[in-house]
Design a binder for this molecule. Structure first.
Ligand SMILES: Nc1ncnc2c1ncn2[C@@H]1O[C@H](COP(=O)(O)OP(=O)(O)OP(=O)(O)O)[C@@H](O)[C@H]1O
Length: 277
């Protein structure tokens, strides 16, 4: 569904994208992670057709993004709502722009408002919504026309747990219905919840790509032993051996033992992508 190949983009002296390639299939949620300034938003803007690459190509369903705008839903990183318009007017506007009319439009608005817990705010102006309500409205404008490609750039930034869960549930449902989703986030646990494949961006390119199981394979987890005297911990790919060794050398009486499998935070650290430009 999405094929991006060797994208480059330079802003004056900053090489924002330096050979960024990423493919996402229909029905797949791709979690795009990476440090601040890695190029995630630049990539999303390119796929949505807002920005032209210096070189490289983007194809959405086989054609360039500007030829298939109606099939793309975008939830930008920064809230971009029209303050005087109500939530319903936003959804009507975005729905109409994509060709939805009358009954079909009304039905989509009702269904999405319920799923995104927006029903009681439908007649409220965007300027009077709380931050979390604005986030949900923003995401809903990307979803209203059931696009084939969903670009969600940190859609849960600053959202409360309930808002976050409602959004994750709708994104999962849309992927189950066949949408390809690019989902950027700094909350790695969300990607486990979404059962997303992972793409790790660093310095303008994708440096690791696969299922989380593939990317976590071989990474060390952690063993912790707490005794009456001390707490011991060790990173290891062989938890049983590490645990026996820690217990053999621990001082005091063992109070608790904890085994932690590697998670996406470990992956992030192992790829050393936490450096900030
Ligand atoms: N309009 C612009 N003009 C100049 N430089 C820019 C512009 N937009 C982005 N950049 C630079 O390009 C690089 C990539 O930025 P981008 O916003 O794509 O990163 P990101 O991965 O989305 O970061 P974050 O996680 O902070 O949102 C950064 O160094 C940024 O400062």
């Amino acid at each position: 569904m999405l094929e991006a190949t060797d994208l480059t983009k330079k802003y004056d002296e900053v090489q924002a994208l330096a050979g960024f390639s990423l493919s996402v299939a229909a029905g797949e949620i791709c979690g795009l992670v990476g440090h601040n300034g890695a190029g995630k938003t630049t990539f999303v803007d390119m796929v949505s057709g807002l920005l032209k690459p210096d070189s490289g190509a983007v194809l959405v369903d086989g054609v360039p993004p500007h030829e298939t705008r109606g099939e793309i839903g975008i939830s930008p990183q920064h809230i971009a709502l029209y303050r005087p318009l109500t939530v319903r007017e936003h959804l009507e506007l975005y729905g109409r722009l994509s060709g939805l009319r009358r009954k079909a439009l009304k039905a989509e608005i009702e269904e999405l408002a319920t799923a995104m817990q927006l029903t009681s705010f439908l007649e409220r102006r965007a300027g009077l919504l709380s931050g979390g309500q604005q986030r949900r409205t923003q995401a809903a404008t990307a979803l209203i026309h059931r696009p084939k490609l969903l670009l969600m750039d940190e859609p849960t930034a600053g959202a409360d747990p309930e808002t976050r869960q409602a959004l994750l549930d709708v994104v999962k449902q849309r992927a189950d219905e066949g949408a390809a989703v690019v989902y950027t986030t700094h909350y790695l646990t969300e990607l486990a919840d979404l059962k997303a494949s992972i793409a790790v961006a660093s310095h303008g390119k994708v440096i690791a790509r696969g299922s989380s199981a593939e990317l976590l394979d071989g990474l060390p987890g952690e063993v912790r032993v707490r005794t009456t005297d001390h707490e011991y911990h060790r990173a290891t790919t062989d938890p049983t051996a590490a645990l026996l060794e820690l217990i053999a050398h621990a001082q005091g009486t063992v109070e608790s033992v904890e085994l932690r499998n590697p998670d996406l935070d470990d992956l992030y650290r192992s790829l050393a992508v936490s450096d900030v430009h």
